[in-house]
Design a protein around this ligand. Structure first.
Ligand code: AMP
Length: 280
């Protein structure tokens, strides 16, 4: 496995892989790799001949008061995990490599970026879509892997690829959870012991939503209230949003005809966690 820091070096290796007729898989990450990321890597390994994992804490997707500076950076351990997983390249560029002086071009998706995370984190998705476009162009990936953990991000990227005819396939990967139900996240390390315990209420609330849906409940309001009430039973949980939306448009539903997604964002102390569940 090669740990590379420049676009030029990545291009050289990709060009060799292409000359050998290999297909290219890309797993974009911000590092601090855990089993969630490694599941994306395994899918990429299964479906592609040559796998690139990018590790880049992308400054343009963080707001001024967000956790860019304290975001965990563990490149040595990440590279080790990627090497063990059979990754071909870890691409870990410096911010100046991706955004050199004079950089001023952006990729912006409208619609699903206006709500939820996009509404609360202005500029976040513009940073995500721009950096992903750059990574797609640098690697010429045939497939790129995204977790359903970041459901809205997945939908925004799928729309961008469709709208702009980008020549690659976006492969969604199911949420990987801890054995007690908490969705794995690089940000879980911010949680204190008591916050970590309290955060279990998120997966519990989603499990209740699933039970209600499986028992025939189709009113979105009822499912939303069930999730909210469950979360509120945990005194330190501070709800940012809970919503039941159409899986494609991300617009709130009244009645669920076929399927829906329950999306939530909740603060525990200073840590904001997101989670979701697809119904139907
Ligand atoms: P991040 O490093 O947090 O930007 O995540 C990189 C990719 O890994 C994104 O596509 C995430 O959706 C995905 N990912 C993160 N956590 C999980 C998880 N628990 N299960 C599945 N995918 C995940």
């Amino acid at each position: 496995m090669k740990l590379l820091h420049t676009i030029k070096e990545v291009r050289e290796q990709i060009s060799i892989a292409r000359s050998e007729g290999k297909s290219i898989g890309l797993v974009p990450t911000m590092g601090a790799l855990h089993e969630g990321h490694l599941t994306l890597v395994r899918d990429a390994k299964n479906e592609c001949d040559f796998v690139v994992v990018s590790v880049f804490v992308n400054p343009t997707q963080f707001g001024p008061s967000e956790d860019f500076n304290k975001y965990p950076r563990t490149l040595d351990a990440d590279a080790q995990k990627c090497s063990e997983a059979g990754v071909d390249i870890v691409f870990a560029p410096a911010a100046e490599e991706m955004y050199p002086e004079g950089f001023n071009s952006w990729v912006e998706v409208n619609g699903p970026t206006d709500v939820l995370e996009g509404e609360r984190r202005p500029g976040h998705f513009r940073g995500v879509t721009t950096v992903c476009t750059k990574l797609f162009n640098i690697t010429t990936a045939d497939r790129s892997y995204f977790g359903q953990k970041d459901y809205q991000q997945l939908k925004v990227i799928q729309k961008m690829v469709r709208d702009l005819n980008m020549p690659l396939e976006i492969r969604p990967v199911e949420i990987v959870r801890e054995s007690d139900g908490l969705a794995k996240s690089s940000r879980n390390i911010y949680l204190s012991g008591s916050e970590r315990k309290a955060a279990l209420v998120l997966s519990k609330s989603l499990a209740k939503a699933k039970s209600a849906f499986d028992a025939g409940e189709r009113k979105a309001q009822v499912i939303k209230a069930l999730v909210e009430d469950t979360i509120k039973s945990e005194p330190i949980a501070d709800i940012d949003y809970v919503t039941v939306v159409d899986p494609e448009t991300l617009l709130p539903l009244d009645n669920i005809s076929k399927s829906a997604v329950v999306l939530l964002a909740v603060r525990f102390g200073t840590t904001r966690l997101i989670d979701n569940l697809i119904l139907g």
